[in-house]
Ligand binder design. Structure first.
Ligand SMILES: Nc1nc2c(ncn2[C@@H]2O[C@H](COP(=O)(O)OP(=O)(O)OP(=O)(O)O)[C@@H](O)[C@H]2O)c(=O)[nH]1
Ligand SMILES: [Mg+2]
Length: 218
């Protein structure tokens, strides 16, 4: 019985999804809403100390979560890598892009600078991620009344880069599942999936966490 469970678990393909964008745009809140159905008002800088991941992500500026998802009736495991937006982690976090299947490029509708810096994040992706990585432009905090970036501007930017666009609110749980489903569908179309254990940071980082992180992972 146990054996057949392990066999079927192993056959579930993996998509590696990375969230990137400026600090404070709400990347962690988006993931927390998606994986834990919760939201917190406080901003805790992502620095890689998420309790469950401490053995393999400390000092990395990246936190890890998993969630199963059915994409067009096929069961997939999402490996979700939440990067730190603060500049001091950029060398380490960018090393997490290289095997990403999909990247959520996030900015906040209430923070004009975070929108203008999407171009910077795209350059990072072009430099460090696979050429065929799937991308989705995600506007966050669309519940806020003090809007600094219009929906039209978001759409226009996404069109410029030939990627899809979605406005979300982790606080009000708006379009959060839809954002992850959209990137998962893009990845499924592109075929950029992994087998269990293939290039998996959780295995590679367990003993030599810092060294392996510096080499790049996920
Ligand atoms: N109103 C509102 N606030 C949000 C939303 N999402 C996040 N926030 C708030 O924005 C702040 C920053 O959220 P985080 O998710 O920690 O931001 P982050 O992008 O992960 O930041 P770094 O880890 O520093 O890169 C927190 O105070 C959140 O409560 C949202 O949808 N609506
Ligand atoms: Mg964070």
């Amino acid at each position: 019985m146990q054996k057949s469970f392990e066999t079927s678990a192993k056959s579930v393909p993996i998509m590696k999804i990375v969230t990137i964008g400026d600090s404070n745009v709400g990347k962690t809140a988006l993931l927390t809403r998606y994986t834990d159905s919760s939201f917190t008002e406080s901003h805790v800088l992502t620095i890689g100390n998420y309790l469950l991941n401490i053995t393999y992500s400390f000092l990395s500026g990246v936190e890890f979560r998993m969630k199963p998802i059915d994409v067009e009736k096929k069961r997939i495991t999402l490996h979700l890598w939440d990067t730190a937006g603060v500049e001091r982690f950029s060398a380490l976090t960018s090393s997490f892009y290289n095997k990403a299947s999909g990247i959520l490029l996030c900015y906040s509708i209430s923070d004009r600078v975070s929108f203008e810096r999407v171009t910077h994040w795209i350059v990072q992706v072009q430099q460090f991620a696979r050429k065929d990585v799937c991308k989705l432009l995600v506007a966050t905090k669309c519940d806020l009344k003090e809007r600094r970036v219009s929906t039209e501007e978001g759409k226009a930017l996404a069109e410029r880069y030939g990627i899809k666009f979605i406005e979300t609110s982790a606080k009000e749980n708006k379009n959060v599942d839809e954002a992850f489903m959209a990137i998962a569908q893009e990845v499924k179309k592109s075929g950029l999936l992994y087998k269990e254990g293939e290039g998996d940071a959780r295995h590679r980082l367990s003993s030599k966490a810092k060294i392996e992180t510096e080499k790049g992972c996920c």
